[in-house]
Design a protein around this ligand. Structure first.
Ligand code: HEC
Ligand code: HEC
Length: 308
């Protein structure tokens, strides 16, 4: 995979530095794109748990109130190198306390940090970009109320060419448009709410959708499972396919699995899903039901787990 990417990057460099420069100019929203909206902190907290921010930004073994200390430091091993998750606490110097709401919205929707820094998609903004700007304003308001943590996180450990942030601009042209998820006019309100939670803040597809060679999600296999990004193991198909997905689970069994971690086969969901279950446990029964409604309504995709 690394080799192919290198060839791609070298090839693109050959097209010309000028084109590279133009194609990778950071694309951002302007202050005038923000609606006039006062942060609703309760909804901000809902978005925090739905988005699972603390699963990556809190300390590795944090529990209880410590989950709200977002000093970063966790390491994420990926096929592109190791990321060290940054401090997003309200600390003005070490965290994002000094960021404006617009800075935050641009990071979440466009993958661009203040000053035009391209952000790596190990931060799952490819899903967060589907969130409503109002929900992001609420989330920033809520993050501002959480403790300031004065920790310094080491830089990422990435080989060339991935170490060049600017190159991400090309990738973002393919996978980032900042478009909020549009409700499906033919679907019920709960299904649309579920779609929003699953495709937006819940970022379920970041793990449950297989990726192509350049790390983009394969739209035709959305939520149909695939190899775990760290290389070991398999992430299950959660489309309603009877043979290879969760088509045999009832609506209530899905809610039960998502909120308690116990599946109808008496398994306990572990690995990276354990944290997701904890987060979903903070959502209202209505939102948990909506997620199950959506998972029942999406098209079933037959995508068996490969035999070893
Ligand atoms: C899967 C792990 C993961 C999750 C979940 C996650 N992040 Fe991050 N986040 C990262 C990584 C890795 C980076 C570093 C990206 C980079 O350096 O380009 C990051 C960067 C950021 C940044 C930019 C910080 C900076 O200093 O440039 C912000 C803001 C942020 N995340 C907010 C959030 C919020 C809010 C949530 C929850 C809605 C969240 N993140 C969930 C992994 C995660
Ligand atoms: C960080 C990666 C990650 C994210 C994000 C994630 N999952 Fe999972 N999920 C997993 C893994 C890994 C498993 C397998 C756990 C096991 O077998 O113990 C799993 C298992 C499941 C299962 C059980 C499937 C089965 O056949 O046993 C369901 C249902 C599920 N996830 C739904 C979701 C939903 C809905 C979301 C979004 C709210 C989500 N997941 C987000 C990694 C993730």
């Amino acid at each position: 995979m690394l080799r192919k990417l290198l060839i791609l990057v070298v090839g693109l460099a050959a097209i010309g530095g000028g084109a590279f420069y133009v194609l990778t100019i950071p694309r951002t929203l302007a202050a005038t794109d923000l609606p006039d909206h006062k942060a609703d902190l309760a909804n901000g907290e809902t978005m925090f748990w739905a988005g699972g921010c603390e699963s990556c930004h809190a300390a590795v073994d944090a529990k209880g109130e410590d989950l709200k200390k977002l000093g970063g430091g966790r390491s994420l091993a990926t096929p592109f190198g190791t990321f060290h998750v940054p401090n997003i606490s309200s600390d003005k110097e070490h965290g994002i306390g000094a960021w404006s709401t617009l800075d935050f919205v641009n990071a979440m929707k466009m993958g661009i940090g203040p000053g035009g820094t391209h952000l790596y998609p190990a931060f799952p903004y490819t899903s967060y970009q589907r969130m409503k700007i109002e929900d992001l304003i609420d989330l920033k308001g809520y993050l501002d109320t959480l403790p300031a943590v004065a920790s310094v996180v080491p830089p990422h450990d990435l080989p060339f060419p991935f170490s060049v942030r600017r190159g991400l601009g090309l990738w973002q042209l393919l996978y980032v448009d900042g478009k909020t998820l549009a409700p499906d006019p033919k679907a019920t309100a709960p299904i649309n709410r579920g779609a929003y939670l699953v495709e937006g803040p819940g970022h379920c597809g970041e793990c449950h959708t297989p990726r192509n060679l350049i790390g983009g999600r394969q739209a035709s296999l959305s939520l149909a499972g695939g190899p775990a990004p760290e290389g070991d193991g398999h992430i299950p198909n959660i489309t309603p396919d009877e043979a290879t997905g969760i088509g045999r689970w009832s609506h209530d069994e899905i809610v039960q699995a998502l909120s308690t971690g116990f599946t109808p086969d008496f398994d306990a969901l572990g690995g990276d899903m354990a944290a997701v279950v904890q987060n979903i446990g903070h959502l209202t029964a209505e939102d948990q039901n909506a997620m199950a409604d959506y998972l029942k309504a999406i098209p079933p995709i037959n995508n068996p787990k490969p035999q070893k």
